[in-house]
Design a protein around this ligand. Structure first.
Ligand code: SF4
Ligand code: SF4
Length: 303
């Protein structure tokens, strides 16, 4: 809640006095149309991470700006937030990121980009992004090397500094705590201060049942009390507590192939829509109940 408030106030300062009025009007329209207010968009299937143990996608696809336009153009009302994020990918690897961000800006009240910060190109800092979220796997060089196989912290920090210096967007730093970076919390706080981050938080790394991401069992910080996972009788991670509902109930996901899905982690066992149309959005209205009613054991990430 505090984080949302800080973000809102920061963006209000940048967007002028009428921004909250438009935002409230847009949020109300989404409620009237029974649509989630947020959209997550995968800009590409490529990734700039090259992490040890991660298999890159063969023949990766990039989201066509025309497809994003088509989906947003037939939506019964504009979404409030549009968030570019990766699944096993990163938005900075998208060749058409600047066009995608421009379309997002014309069709929503707030645009954010969540990235690992690698592959940052000159000019990215000038994109009309309201909030950059940089996810760090560690806050010291040795921990970074231990988790990702190579210390690339300096590259990410250069990207953070460049965005901060441009002064156009707010910058959020997120430390994902893995077993290898469990003792980096103090270093992270210091780093966030040095970078003048607008906000900073630490979260525990998520288990990835697909097994080719960093979120493999051996990387989870299972020794910490706050870690949401424990091992079950077979040695597989399980949630200590059943979540109250789907954490992404308030948004839908458009993947890099232009397929509308309930969330980044559901596959073809869940409903999806391939062709942009108003009817597709109307069908997607029903997905919130489906997501909240789905047993977590049926969800590959959040179970
Ligand atoms: S582990 Fe994640 S960040 Fe690293 S290369 Fe794979 S998808 Fe990219
Ligand atoms: S995997 Fe399930 S619980 Fe997690 S965001 Fe998707 S629908 Fe929601």
């Amino acid at each position: 809640m505090k984080r949302t408030l800080i973000t809102g106030l920061d963006i209000w300062k940048r967007k002028g006095p009428f921004w909250p009025v438009k935002l409230i009007a847009r949020a109300s329209l989404n409620t009237l149309h029974h649509l989630p207010r947020g959209m997550m968009v995968e800009a590409t299937q490529r990734c700039t991470g090259n992490c040890r143990g991660c298999k890159p996608t063969i023949n990766p696809v990039d989201l066509k700006p025309e497809l994003l336009s088509a989906w947003l153009g037939c939506r019964p009302c504009k979404p409030v937030t549009l968030h570019f994020s990766g699944k096993h990918s990163d938005p900075l690897a998208a060749p058409e990121l600047s066009r995608l961000v421009a379309i997002a800006g014309q069709n929503s009240s707030m645009v954010s980009v969540s990235t690992i910060g690698l592959g940052f190109q000159p000019g990215h800092e000038g994109l009309k992004v309201d909030r950059w979220i940089f996810s760090l796997p560690a806050a010291t060089g040795p921990s970074w090397e231990a988790i990702r196989g190579r210390d690339r912290m300096a590259e990410v920090l250069l990207a953070v500094r460049t965005v901060k210096s441009a002064g156009k967007s707010m910058v959020e730093l997120v430390l994902t705590v893995w077993r290898q970076s469990a003792s980096d919390l103090d270093a992270f706080r210091e780093l966030a201060g040095n970078m003048r981050a607008d906000s900073a938080k630490a979260v525990f790394g998520r288990f990835d049942p697909e097994g080719f991401h960093v979120g493999r069992t051996e990387n989870l910080e299972l020794d910490s009390q706050g870690c949401p996972y424990r091992l079950d009788g077979t040695g597989s991670p399980e949630l200590k507590r059943e979540p109250a509902g789907c954490p992404l109930a308030g948004c839908l996901f458009l993947d890099a192939e232009g397929v509308l899905r309930p969330c980044p982690f559901t596959g073809d066992d869940a409903p999806f829509e391939r062709t942009p149309s108003t009817g597709a959005w109307k069908t997607a209205r029903g997905w919130k109940a489906l997501k909240n009613g789905r047993p977590f054991s049926a969800c590959r990430y959040c179970w």
